[in-house]
Ligand binder design. Structure first.
Ligand code: SF4
Length: 626
């Protein structure tokens, strides 16, 4: 076995009810790491162009980061990837918890699925034994019930499952891991549901060997000790307040979209309402910290909310609070717990559901749908009881819920009558809860990332709110001078560097929040775990290779991202007449051209140039694109 990884992939064919292992050469991991990178390489090569993402030939899988499963700080992330049924592009989602580390403990670097089972199935890998089992008694259960049953039956297993939303092929459905961590975006709940795959239940006992254990422990201890001693910085805030620490400040700054991206706090969601859903209010219900494998920060929390009859639920993250709070002018704190719990149990993406309900309220307000369409529900802003009822309908695909269950784009296609102007999305994916009018470079990533409409992409302006601003995140990673200047060569170079670093870090399994915490000994950790002595330039280049394969996948599907347009409200076109965005319009397109030129992609259509593909050893892409 190689240090840090096994080189072993587990492939399931659900149609055949069979599985097989394959061994990959070390060089693949050296060029693609794990996570998004390994996913891009394997899925691009094995899934034909134009595959129906919900069909027999569709391949999707779970890909732990390359360092996942080791003690390296904050390295426990796992990625789900394939073709998104929501956007028709490359799709992926990044999830924490314990599923990634357990896949590694089972001795695999990835688990992939193709085919469609004849009846519901679940997979167990327990102490080396692999089984495909009947899930007919699990089908219809929510994710919490599913976990409970599987733990009762199989003991201390780590679980990834879908709920009713995924079973009903909602294109905004998610995969829920260990109850409280969610691969939420891109619609993979529906992919799993289409394969009639209810859950994975894993328990492994394999050890990951590392190149230099004492040095690894030294770097890990240094990082973790500093983190534990942090009593006032970002890690302290994340640990004590969780992500809702953003709830009030983002409302005031305009970063949180308000009233379906058409409002602003002074007029629509003033400070007294924002304060009702503040982190301080939310954390009154906290029982204990919760977090991912190998993370000292533990930014999650387990809550008990008697007013909602919730004995054990997870803290609603910022994105959830904003999607059901700010976006819908809903200041009911208790409803945020209920909505978060409902969505996690059903396996559906909170950002997308909030965005879809905002769309429905505007359609109702403007007479495009009426009580006849909503089974009598009066869809008005801030009405938490109605919002909860509507979410239940979406989960069950009941009445109007059936129309809304695939997100606002599909719903507007069904409703027609000009409703598309209220659908705020990028190629079908509802936009996340950060406004490009505040962090301009979200314009580029929302519109043009290979999997569009994502905030966990390499948005330069967002990254440099963290340690990168002072070049203190990774000591060898230095942004070019002058990168803040709009449309400058330095800015485009910085965008490229960040894209490469971001893809590498994710594919190594490292949490996105690390950018805000403390200097990360990246080069040292790779060396002590895998034994590779890589420069920062090599690490960035691996990330650029991954980003280029993701891009090529989306292009091969016939999607020309360069033609994608963001909704006017997201970019201030026309500009707001008042509020924090007054008079501000974001021109995000020049950024894409400049970024493409630096990436070695054609700025007109985003095609990676032949010489770029050659330089990145991507011959298998050349034959498709040229
Ligand atoms: S900071 Fe939070 S999301 Fe990131 S690894 Fe730690 S617990 Fe998980």
């Amino acid at each position: 076995m190689t240090n840090g990884f096994f080189g072993k992939i587990l492939w399931f064919d659900l149609t055949e009810e069979s599985f097989r292992e394959s061994q990959l050469p070390d060089e693949i991991f050296r060029q693609y790491w794990g996570g998004y990178g390994l996913a891009a390489k394997l899925i691009y090569e094995n899934m034909p162009k134009g595959t129906d993402p919900l069909g027999h030939e569709a391949i999707f899988g779970f890909f732990p980061g390359l360092l996942t499963g080791t003690v390296a700080p904050l390295s426990g992330r796992c990625m789900v990837a394939g073709k998104s049924p929501l956007t028709g592009t490359w799709g992926d989602a990044n999830v924490g918890g314990f599923i990634g580390s357990e896949i590694k403990k089972c001795g695999y670097d990835a688990i992939l699925f193709k085919g469609i089972a004849k009846a519901p199935k679940y997979i167990t890998i327990i102490d080396g034994e692999i089984q495909i089992l009947d899930a007919s008694d699990l089908w219809g259960l929510d994710t919490f019930e599913t976990e409970q049953k599987l733990i009762e039956k199989h003991g201390n297993v780590k679980i990834a499952s879908i709920g009713p939303a995924g079973e009903k092929l909602s294109l905004i459905s998610s995969i829920v891991c260990d109850k409280f961590r969610v691969a939420a975006r891109s619609g993979f709940g529906a992919v799993m549901g289409s394969k009639k795959l209810k859950a994975l239940a894993l328990k492994g006992n394999k050890k990951i060997s590392v190149a230099d254990k004492s040095e690894l422990l030294k770097y890990t201890k240094e990082f973790n000790t500093k983190a534990r001693n942090d009593q006032s910085g970002a890690m302290y805030t994340y640990r004590t307040l969780g992500l809702p620490f953003l709830n009030v400040s983002t409302g005031l700054s305009g970063d949180a979209p308000i009233k379906n991206w058409g409002g602003y706090y002074m007029r629509d969601f003033p400070i007294d309402k924002l304060n009702k859903i503040s982190a301080a209010e939310i954390n009154k219900y906290k029982q204990k910290d919760f977090g991912c494998f190998s993370c000292v920060v533990q930014c999650g929390a387990i809550m008990k909310v008697p007013e909602a009859n919730l004995e054990e639920t997870h803290i609603p993250e910022y994105e959830t609070c904003a999607a059901f709070g700010h976006m819908l002018l809903n200041d009911s704190l208790i409803s945020l717990f209920i909505l978060n719990d409902l969505c996690n149990r059903a396996g559906i993406d909170t950002i997308s559901v909030g965005g879809t309900i905002a769309f429905a309220i505007e359609c109702y307000e403007n007479g495009l749908i009426s009580n006849n369409d909503t089974d009598g529900l009066e869809l008005t802003w801030g009405n938490s009881e109605t919002i909860i009822e509507l979410v239940k309908k979406i989960i069950k695909r009941e009445g109007i819920g059936d129309i809304l269950a695939d997100g606002p784009k599909k719903a507007s296609e069904k409703i027609g009558r000009g409703s598309e102007k209220y659908a705020i999305h990028s190629l079908g994916q509802p936009l996340p809860m950060h406004d490009p009018k505040v962090y301009k470079s979200f314009g580029r990533t929302y519109a043009f990332e290979p999997t569009p409409g994502r905030h966990t992409a390499s948005s330069l302006d967002h990254f440099v709110t963290g340690l990168m601003r002072n070049n203190k995140f990774i000591k060898e990673f230095i942004l070019p001078k002058g990168y803040r200047k709009s449309q400058s060569d330095a800015r485009y170079e910085a965008m490229k560097m960040c894209a490469g670093l971001h893809q590498s870090l994710s594919s190594l399994g490292i949490c996105f929040f690390t950018y805000w915490f403390q200097t990360y000994p990246l080069i040292e950790l790779i060396k002590t775990i895998v034994g590779w002595d890589l420069s920062i330039e090599e690490i960035i280049k691996i990330g650029l290779r991954i980003q280029t394969v993701r891009q090529a996948f989306t292009i091969r599907e016939g999607v020309i991202l360069a033609k994608n347009e963001l909704p006017g409200r997201a970019i201030g076109n026309p500009p707001f007449e008042d509020g924090p965005h007054k008079g501000r319009t974001i021109d995000y397109k020049p950024d894409y051209k400049g970024y493409c030129e630096k990436m070695g992609w054609n700025p007109e259509n985003g095609y990676p140039l032949k010489e770029t593909l050659n330089d990145l050893n991507l011959d298998f892409v050349i034959k498709d694109l040229y």
